[in-house]
Design a protein around this ligand. Structure first.
Ligand code: MN
Length: 258
């Protein structure tokens, strides 16, 4: 099995190397990551300038490692299009130093990197751990390695895109793993006054309180590893009746629009 690892926290992230240390036990691993932090960049790609790639010394022996001066999505596009040869079975993004739950998957650079892998035909997995928890990094790294092994042994028709979040604490403290759905919220975004007029800070506050049962947030709060199959609903057509309702009489209404 061949695995590409990327992240959005950059080359020096402890989460990156905890992940690589476990994955190299089950696969040949290539690391391609941004040369600086790219958190909350989503799946943005850099189309209007060249990208510089550097081969760098890995913190874990036996893997090839590169940085690019771009986004996680850029790294995955570069890796799959140029830097790696042969089939890439799995793209793993992380371990992010902070959770990526609920609607945050839409802004997460960690998830955005994995998404590009999925778009390009690989199975993909984003892996995140609670912020500031060194104890949870082995939990996340091992969970990723176990899932990578299971994905590798599944038939190639079952290509998946997973968002994995682990609860706080070491592997021994985990109460299980559960298939979840995204919580309908994760952060409250507010606008705070900046240090001078017409200058503002977008502030992200964690939602306190229990997540709804069945969601990724609820699982993590319950000490359970959350595995959310992602984005399938984006590719599911709404009912034909609904779509017909969107377009029936459209031209007439457009003409009469005032
Ligand atoms: Mn990050």
């Amino acid at each position: 099995m061949q695995i590409l690892v990327t992240n959005d926290d950059g080359l020096n992230s402890a989460g990156l190397w905890a992940l690589v240390g476990e994955l190299k036990k089950v696969a040949a691993v290539t690391v391609v990551v941004p040369d600086r932090e790219q958190s909350a960049i989503g799946t943005a790609v850099s189309l209007f300038r060249p990208l510089e790639v550097r081969e760098v010394a890995p913190e874990v022996e036996g893997v090839a490692a590169y940085t690019a001066d771009g986004t996680p999505a850029d790294c995955v596009v570069l890796a799959l299009g140029k830097l790696m040869t042969g089939a890439v079975d799995l793209v793993v993004s992380g371990i992010n130093l902070g959770p990526n739950l609920g609607e945050d998957v839409y802004i997460s650079g960690t998830v955005g990197g994995a998404l590009q892998g999925y778009f390009r035909g690989s199975s993909a997995m984003a892996v995140s751990a609670p912020r500031g928890s060194d104890e949870a990094l082995p939990t996340a790294a091992r969970a990723a390695a176990i899932l990578a092994g299971r994905i590798a042994s599944a038939p190639p028709t079952s290509r998946v895109f997973l968002n994995v979040n682990v609860p706080d604490g070491p592997p021994a403290g985990v109460s299980g793993a559960r298939i979840t759905r995204l919580a309908r919220t994760s952060h409250i975004n507010t606008v705070a006054e900046g240090d001078r007029p017409r200058r503002y800070n977008l502030v992200r506050q964690r939602v306190d309180g229990a997540g709804e049962k069945g969601t990724d947030m609820h699982a993590v709060q319950s000490g359970i590893i959350s595995i959310t199959p992602l984005f399938t609903s984006l590719f599911e057509r709404p009912s034909g009746r609904f779509l017909k309702g969107l377009t029936d009489g459209f031209t007439e209404e457009l003409k009469e629009y005032r």
